[in-house]
Design a protein around this ligand. Structure first.
Ligand SMILES: Nc1nc2c(ncn2[C@@H]2O[C@H](COP(=O)(O)OP(=O)(O)OP(=O)(O)O)[C@@H](O)[C@H]2O)c(=O)[nH]1
Ligand SMILES: [Mg+2]
Length: 638
């Protein structure tokens, strides 16, 4: 269990931690010289029975509130320190506000320097403190008079802290540790320390630093100051890390050490923002602020999503737009301080760590945020009923630190189904099927001459418009279910075929035979027209229709080849190997120089061959464009 101190400068936080643990948490030279705490200090007390108390000791000085914040975000319980000699002071109030905005509802108050006050004074201080706590999450917390000098109340305080017990939050999910320090240890290398916010970290784990994405392997670790194999959520750990590009300077306070699954840097987080009631003015849209989340501290701006003013004491949806990427997950708390960093102004609970850059305040998005604000058990049913109609389950899982099995379970409970990485309600998928069939059918009715419609045209014609990636997944599903067929580049109904009239059908039968007989040098439109005594435009129209059906390809103007013949010729070109000449190709096809060159130019246009001077070579990825290459043409060309 980690207890964090809080309270005004000089009120006896560090002295109390020493009285509780025997450890002086002021470790910096400057701290000793000035007699004040500047940066976070850590102390542990082993109680002999396996139980342990860990302390994060924070500075009270108003200039070091940013350091206090880096420590306060990882704690289980608050130990608010108020001097009996001085009573409530500005940082007593500010630190309490921060604890409250962080949602800390477990804690105690130590009324320190009790040796300097008489009973009446102590009672008066206690009454003041009770009043101060009343509107916060720490209302009703025990107030224990203590003295670091005489030892009065120290044992009682320790017992009461232990009685609070561990909060047990974040025990599931992937590993996540907020780095508050990074240093070099001779003989060991890079060491980072911080609180494990979720999951567990084991020796040998391959983790990532985020937002940098640097790889880090855990060589060894300490949990709560003791060598260990595993560090659990809620524990402070020191990790000895190694990685190809890892150095002391590549890691800083505010980074996270995470399982690869959680590496998702973001600079737009959608939150529920609460402005402190002590603020004199409403908060305006696009106000700048210092933003503290985990141990990170970055500048940002507040985009209000509901109205353009946030009244003191009010809570509303907002998007925090950060100047640098950070790691954030749903449920994380952020603290906002004013641009000159002199006071705390607001707190935020992350609802969606991946806020959209556009359309962030449309009614549709606000409704989606309301759904996302729900707890895990009910969020998917709510979210999938929203207008979007789907959830990106990958993102959803990361945002809430859920393992994929857990996401699948929640989806099943919501009566949903997964298509690629997207989740839908079963009824949505049924509607999608009807929409696909109906839209393609309507297209066929309106355009009987067309074989089908391009996918993008189908996407924008559907009754419901899906984002391209979602549409692709849905189209694939419908193709697999044989609701629709993708023919070449067109989507059509499986039963739909272009019908030729009886006369065209008869003509095509004759032409097809000719195209097959002289397959590498087929007759041209004019030849057919003369030979069969049909007007040229009619022949051309028929062959173009057949091209739409994918039976023939117009390799050169008015010169059509059977589609399988084009595939065969591609195979032959490929067989000629790198750097073949037009003459070599002509010799294999025996079709004369002119036609051979027309075919090669067609290949060049479609990227099937690349030409350098008089030499060509085939492009392996492009070979299958006109269907499978017959194995007789080339065994190696597939
Ligand atoms: N008489 C008396 N003096 C105390 C007691 N606790 C602390 N002090 C004195 O108060 C002064 C400040 O104590 P610290 O523990 O450094 O105060 P702090 O809250 O850690 O101060 P910052 O970390 O700078 O905010 C020191 O001179 C201590 O000796 C106490 O219980 N009784
Ligand atoms: Mg101190």
């Amino acid at each position: 269990m980690i207890v964090g101190t809080a309270g005004h400068i000089d009120h006896g936080k560090t002295a109390l931690v020493k009285a509780l643990t025997g450890v002086d948490a002021d470790r910096l030279k400057e701290e000793k010289a000035r007699g004040i705490t500047i940066d976070l200090g850590y102390a542990y007390s082993d109680l002999g029975d396996g139980r342990q108390l860990g302390f994060v000791d924070v500075p009270g000085h108003e200039r070091f509130v940013h350091n206090m914040l880096a420590g306060a975000t990882g704690i289980d319980a608050a130990l608010l320190v108020v001097s009996a000699a001085e009573g409530i002071k500005p940082q007593t109030v500010e630190h309490l506000q921060i604890m409250d905005l962080l949602g800390l509802d477990r804690g105690l108050v130590a009324l320190t320097k009790a040796d300097l006050a008489n009973d009446d004074q102590l009672l008066e201080r206690m009454a003041e403190i009770e009043t101060l706590l009343a509107p916060t999450a720490l209302r009703g917390a025990e107030i224990v008079p203590v003295s670091a000098i005489t030892g009065q109340g120290v044992d009682e305080l320790k017992a009461r802290l232990l009685a609070l017990g561990e909060s047990g939050k974040g025990t599931t999910g992937y590993a996540r540790l907020a780095v508050d320090r990074c240093f070099l240890l001779s003989g060991a290398g890079v060491v980072v320390t911080g609180t494990v916010h979720a999951g567990e970290i084991k020796v040998g784990d391959h983790l990532l630093l985020t937002p940098s994405g640097l790889e880090a392997r855990v060589r060894s670790l300490h949990a709560q100051n003791r060598a260990a194999e595993v560090g659990h959520a809620g524990e402070r750990c020191a990790l000895n890390l190694s990685g190809p590009r890892l150095s002391k300077d590549s890691v800083k306070r505010g980074d996270w050490v995470v399982s690869a699954e959680l590496h998702a840097p973001t600079d737009r987080i959608d939150v529920e923002l609460k402005l402190l009631s002590s603020e004199a003015q409403p908060l305006k849209h696009w106000s700048p602020a210092h933003v503290h989340l985990g141990a990170a501290h970055v500048m940002g701006r507040v985009a209000l999503l509901e109205g353009d003013r946030l009244a003191p004491g009010a809570s509303r949806l907002a998007q925090i737009v950060l100047e640098e990427k950070i790691s954030a997950l749903a449920g994380d708390r952020a603290i906002l301080r004013d641009p000159s960093a002199t006071r705390t102004i607001a707190g935020a609970v992350v609802i969606d760590p991946f806020g959209p850059p556009r359309n962030r305040r449309t009614p549709r998005r606000l409704a989606e945020l309301a759904a996302l604000a729900q707890p895990n058990a009910t969020v998917l049913p709510a979210l999938l009923r929203e207008e979007a109609g789907f959830a990106d389950l990958g993102r959803f899982g990361v945002a809430r630190n859920l393992r994929s099995g857990e996401v699948d379970r929640l989806l099943a409970e919501a009566g949903g189904a997964k298509v690629a990485r997207f989740g839908f309600l079963a009824e949505t998928l049924a509607a999608v099927r009807a929409d696909f069939t109906g839209t393609v059918k309507a297209f066929h009715e309106a355009s009987p001459d067309a074989l089908g419609l391009p996918p993008e045209r189908l996407r924008v014609s559907l009754g419901k418009r899906w984002p391209p990636a979602v549409f692709s997944a849905l189209l694939e599903r419908e193709v697999a279910a044989k609701t629709v067929t993708v023919d070449g580049a067109l989507v059509r109904l499986p039963g739909h075929a272009l019908k030729l009239g009886a006369r065209d059908e008869a003509l095509w039968n004759k032409i097809a035979g000719d195209l097959q007989r002289d397959r590498f040098k087929p007759p041209r439109v004019r030849d057919f027209a003369q030979h069969y005594d049909v007007p040229e435009p009619n022949v051309r129209k028929l062959l173009r229709q057949l091209a739409k059906l994918g039976r023939v390809i117009e390799v050169a103007p008015d010169q059509f080849f059977l589609r399988p013949v084009v595939a065969e010729m591609i195979g032959i070109a490929h067989e000629l190997g790198d750097d073949f000449t037009a003459a070599q190709f002509r010799d294999r096809l025996d079709n004369g120089r002119k036609v051979a060159i027309l075919i090669l130019e067609f290949f060049d246009r479609h990227g099937i061959t690349i030409r350098r001077g008089d030499l060509r070579r085939t492009v392996p990825q492009k070979l299958g464009q006109y269907g499978p290459i017959p194995s007789t043409a080339s065994a190696s060309a597939v």
